[in-house]
Each structure stands twice: as structure tokens, then as C-alpha cells.
Design a protein around this ligand. Structure first.
Ligand SMILES: NCc1[nH]cc(CCC(=O)O)c1CC(=O)O
Length: 327
């Protein structure tokens, strides 16, 4: 048993030290205490992705942020961990349980541009706007959007925390940067967003805006206690998105967008629509499709929806695009 030190004692929540990770972990810590009556202490863990200056793709993608927390869980050094769901590799490792997926925040990508500009204003007025993003998914969709507007942009690969990224715009080095809206809101910096990018045009990363609360499978009592934080609709939505990603055999830096929602804005909970996009980082080719089906009643049904859309996308040429991805 990976039992907690003493019943009623503090639960140890492992977290990265970045401002975003600490904000997310603090929020979940409060939810856990409210739901279980147990105090929660944060245990800071440094991951290789936090110390390396190499590009994310070259060190194995966003999974590097996750593995140190998972090692600590499996070693019994912490009781639970909070991850950004979009950073989780699609395969769930042996011995760990995804105990809860809390209600999702805004899934959209956000633009922080100079002068309060929207993407369209920037792209049309700037000549060749310099837009910072390290994501092939964002770059590909933004290039395709610019081209549809009859102009061209330049995407500039950047890394670093939110402060660093927004700093490139404040100091004039870039015209804009693209970040997840959810991250900016969690950091209290939502007012710096100058444009929210509609999923019709820029489909977010699978799982974007959602959190994952993970614990050791051996700690069944804790897993059951954490399950009250789970939002079943968010869970089936992100399960469908991640199953699409897995079926497209995309690594984490592959340009795959996916988003599942309720087609009528949630007025009735009968059908779920899953949208998928896969393209080249230069936006020269983009396959975008959607599928609608009954709201999945289980993770298994959600995964089947993702696989069904992947099959259609592969038949429409996605397979040819996948060769262009960077690892
Ligand atoms: N790739 C890093 C990462 N992982 C999760 C978020 C934001 C929060 C979220 O999507 O839930 C971010 C930053 C970003 O993409 O701007």
C-alpha cells in the first residue's frame, strides 16, 4: 500500500515550481481540502524540462514535465500530483490512476499582441508580423489563417515561462505571442489577452485548459476521495481528444489540434462534437474534420469517438502529413 502517512494528516501534493504549476496546484489543493477535509501540503519537484534550455521537442516534448512527478508518486514521496492535461502523454502508465479531471477552464489559445491588436488586424496591417510560438500546431494554423486573409506572418520559436514570453512583446522583439488562455487566467493575467482565437480557426491542443489529478493506483481510498473532483463531461471530452491524438500517432510536438464540446453550447447534453485538425507547421496543408455522436457514457465510448474521427482524418490525407512532424 502506498498509504498516506497517517489518516487525517496532510496529503502531499507534488508540483513543479513554475508560477503556473503552483497556481494550478494551489487551486486543486483547496478543492481537495474542501472535498475531503484533509489539509494538503505542496511538495516542489524540479523536472528536467524546468532546468534544460534545449527546445522542448529535442528533450522529448512536454512529457518531461510529467515524468519526475510520476516517479515521485510511484516512489511514495508524494500522494497526488496535478498536471496540465495537455502535457500528459496519451498512454496511462502502470500503477498510476487518473483520479479526477476537474471542470475545464477556457480551452482556447490567446493572443497577446502589441497595441491591443487582434490577430486579423495584426496580420493585415503589419506586413509580415512576427508571432512567437514554439508550437507547430499553433504555427501551422496561424500560417493557414494568415494565408486565408491574403497575407503572411512569420512564426518565431520561443520557450520560457509566461513572463518571458509576454516580455518579447513588451520589449518590441515580437509583435505577438500565443499562449493558452487558461494559463493566463490562472496566473491572473487574463487582462493582457488581446484576442481569443476561435476553435473554428485555431483548434486547441488535446486537453488544453483541463487539469489532471493523479495518484498511485494502490492508494484506492485516496483515488475514491479525489473522484468527487471529477467532472464527467470534461473527462469524456478530453478522453475523446486524447484518443484522437493517440490514434493519429502524434508525438506531443506534432501539429494536432482537438476539441470536444456540446454542439448547442451545452443547452442540452445529448450530443458531443469532436473536432480535429492536423497539418504542416507552415500551414500549407491542413486537414480539419469533425464528428458528432451521443455524449459518451464512459471513457471507452469517448475513446471510440476519437478513433472514429482519426480514421476519417487518415482517410482524408492526414497520414501523408504526419511524416512532416518534428520529434
Ligand atoms: N505547454 C505548456 C503548457 N501546458 C499547459 C499550459 C497552459 C494551461 C492549460 O492548457 O491547461 C501551458 C502553457 C501554454 O500552452 O501557454
Amino acid at each position: 500500500m502506498n498509504a498516506t502517512p497517517c489518516a487525517g494528516g496532510p496529503l502531499r501534493l507534488g508540483t513543479r515550481r513554475s508560477a503556473l504549476a503552483l497556481a494550478q496546484s494551489g487551486t486543486v489543493a483547496e478543492l481537495v481540502t474542501a472535498a475531503t477535509g484533509r489539509p494538503v501540503e505542496l511538495v516542489e519537484i524540479t523536472t528536467y524540462g524546468d532546468v534544460s534550455r534545449e527546445s522542448l521537442a529535442s528533450i522529448g516534448g512536454a512529457g518531461v514535465f510529467v515524468s519526475a512527478l510520476r516517479d515521485a508518486l510511484l516512489a511514495g514521496e508524494i500522494d497526488l500530483a496535478v498536471h496540465s492535461l495537455k502535457d500528459l502523454p496519451t498512454a496511462q502508465p502502470e500503477g498510476l490512476t487518473l483520479a479526477a479531471v476537474p471542470p475545464r477552464a477556457d480551452p482556447r489559445d490567446a493572443l497577446v499582441a502589441r497595441g491591443g491588436l487582434t490577430f486579423e488586424r495584426l496580420a493585415v496591417t503589419a506586413g509580415r508580423a512576427r508571432v512567437g510560438t514554439g508550437s507547430a500546431r499553433r504555427a501551422g494554423q496561424l500560417h493557414a489563417w494568415a494565408r486565408a486573409l491574403g497575407c503572411e506572418i512569420e512564426t518565431v520559436p520561443i520557450r520560457g515561462n509566461v513572463d518571458t514570453r509576454i516580455g518579447y512583446v513588451r520589449d518590441g522583439e515580437l509583435d505577438a505571442v500565443v499562449l493558452a488562455a487558461a494559463g493566463l487566467h490562472r496566473l491572473g493575467r487574463g487582462e493582457e489577452i488581446t484576442d481569443l482565437l476561435a476553435p473554428d480557426v485555431v483548434l486547441p491542443a488535446p486537453g488544453q485548459g483541463a487539469l489532471a489529478v493523479e495518484c498511485a493506483s494502490s492508494d484506492a481510498a485516496l483515488a475514491a476521495g479525489l473522484a468527487v473532483l471529477d467532472d464527467p463531461l470534461t473527462r469524456v471530452a478530453v478522453t475523446a481528444e486524447r484518443s484522437l491524438l493517440a490514434a493519429l500517432e502524434a508525438g506531443c510536438s506534432a501539429p494536432v489540434g482537438a476539441y470536444a464540446d456540446l454542439p448547442d453550447g451545452g443547452r442540452t447534453v445529448t450530443e458531443m462534437r469532436l473536432r480535429g485538425a492536423v497539418g504542416t507547421p507552415d500551414g500549407s496543408a491542413l486537414v480539419q474534420l469533425s464528428i458528432t455522436g451521443p455524449v459518451p457514457a464512459s471513457d471507452g465510448e469517448a475513446a471510440a469517438l476519437g478513433r472514429a474521427l482519426a480514421d476519417e482524418m487518415l482517410a482524408k490525407g492526414a497520414a501523408g502529413l504526419m511524416g512532416e512532424r518534428e520529434h
